[in-house]
Write a protein that binds this ligand. Structure first.
Ligand code: GLU
Length: 425
């Protein structure tokens, strides 16, 4: 997954992800008419842990890294959310991402609250053995918080199936027996689910195609640009191309490539697997312009937060924007897009496929009974389309944007769970 994206707009006027997440909550609370106390309760993380992680480097030196785990809310069930390894991870970013997980799980009606974890490090600067030691020590430091009934980590930017296998093993060694359901996004050989690796991308494309249909756009006459060519973006490009969309440009952290006839995505994936980047792909030319500002029908930001902001929003030409990343659009950009009549499918709906199949993995692991890939994909599609239908109906009924409708739906579910349970003591 891209940590940075070539040509990313300067971050000078971008407010932080936490400010953005709080503004989205405040807007939903305004629509729902909740009082100050409930607003505060919904906006405040329930548990936060900051840990120092001593790492013995391969050269024998010692480094101390910082890691976090934030459980934003668990009124509807165990906390759930990924672990991010990136150089810019800090407590506020993890808080924002944890809050978005709460809304995402509630919107998709998963029996979970929201959490997020992270370590401030650039995984590209560490060997596999070092990453294993960091992961195991981080897991052991956050051990009191996590567990299949408490808080279930998963991959995010900079982490993968291998990271989850190490986390599961560390937790299991401490427990004295194997606990597959403590993390999701594991390798299939140790209790992962078929279809989990591609789930976020499949979910993004399921709602992207629904959004195009909503606007009367036919896939075979649609062009798309995808920012990010990692765990989410590569699959998005592939599934869009399979649906007949011409994916004319993709970017990763090293550069961007363009082909106005539509990129050969399997060829590009093979090139990326061999070289580590989309740059230099023979079937395309290097993209000189800003990918986000291309004249395409569909734009999928599938990398990092804040890339669509006040400084570039008025130059965005795509009619439909589907958020593969968490938090790619700032509130200022949302306003510009609304005024321009663009359709923005928000992250908590668009990229929820990952945590939906994480839920399926947890259910399968808890029952030790495994589903076929087709069963996983069918159930994923049904959940994504049900959420899409619910959000578009609420938006139409209440005169809200899709982001407002999605956040209102989710916040209301969490508030109801909280209120029916009551406040202890
Ligand atoms: N990191 C992913 C997300 O942001 C997946 C989380 C999960 O599966 O728990 O949605």
């Amino acid at each position: 997954m891209s940590l940075l994206v070539a040509g990313k707009a300067p971050a000078t006027d971008v407010s932080s992800p936490l400010e953005e997440a709080r503004a989205q909550l405040a807007a939903a609370v305004g629509v729902l008419g909740y009082g100050e106390g409930l607003h505060k309760l919904l906006g405040t993380p329930r548990r936060e842990l900051t840990v120092g992680i001593p790492l013995r480097r391969d050269d024998g030196s010692t480094e101390v890294l910082t890691g976090y785990r934030v459980q934003h809310n668990f009124s509807r069930g165990p906390a759930k959310g990924g672990v991010r390894y990136a150089p810019n991870v800090d407590l506020d970013e993890v808080r924002a991402l944890a809050m978005w997980m709460t809304w995402k799980c509630a919107l998709l009606d998963l029996p979970y609250g929201g959490a997020k974890g992270g370590i401030t490090l650039d995984p590209r600067n560490y060997s596999k053995a070092e990453l294993e030691r960091v992961t195991r020590r981080y897991t052991s430091e956050i051990l009191p918080l996590i567990g299949p009934e408490r808080d279930i980590p998963a991959p995010d930017i900079g982490t993968d199936e291998q990271t989850m296998a190490w986390m599961m093993d560390t937790y299991s060694v401490a427990s004295g027996y194997t606990v597959p359901a403590v993390v999701t996004g594991k390798p299939v050989s140790v209790g992962g689910s078929l279809g989990r690796a591609s789930a976020t991308s499949r979910g993004v494309v399921t709602v992207a195609l629904a959004a195009l249909a909503h606007r009367g756009l036919k896939p075979e006459r649609t062009t798309a640009a995808v920012q990010g060519f990692g765990k989410v973006g590569a699959g998005v490009a592939r599934f869009l191309a399979e649906a007949g969309v011409a994916v004319v440009a993709v970017a990763d952290q090293y550069g961007a490539v363009h082909n106005s006839a539509g990129l050969d995505i399997p060829g590009l994936e093979a090139h990326t697997a061999a070289t580590g980047s989309v740059v230099g792909f023979a079937g395309a030319e290097a993209l000189a312009e800003e990918l986000l500002e291309l004249d395409v029908d569909l734009l999928v930001p599938a990398a990092v937060e804040g890339v669509l902001n006040e400084s570039n929003a008025h130059r965005i030409k795509a009619e439909v924007i589907v958020e593969g990343a968490n938090g790619p659009t700032t509130a200022a950009a949302d306003k510009v897009f609304a005024a321009a009549g663009k359709l923005v499918v928000p992250d908590i709906l668009a990229n929820a496929g990952g945590v939906v199949v994480s839920y399926f993995e947890w259910v399968q692991g808890s029952n030790a009974y495994w589903w076929s890939a087709a069963e996983v994909e069918d159930r994923l599609k049904a959940r994504m389309l049900a959420a899409w239908d619910g959000v578009t109906a609420t938006a139409a009924e209440r005169g809200l944007s899709l982001r407002e409708a999605a956040t209102v739906t989710a916040v209301q579910r969490v508030a109801e769970a909280h209120q029916i349970r009551g406040l202890y003591p």
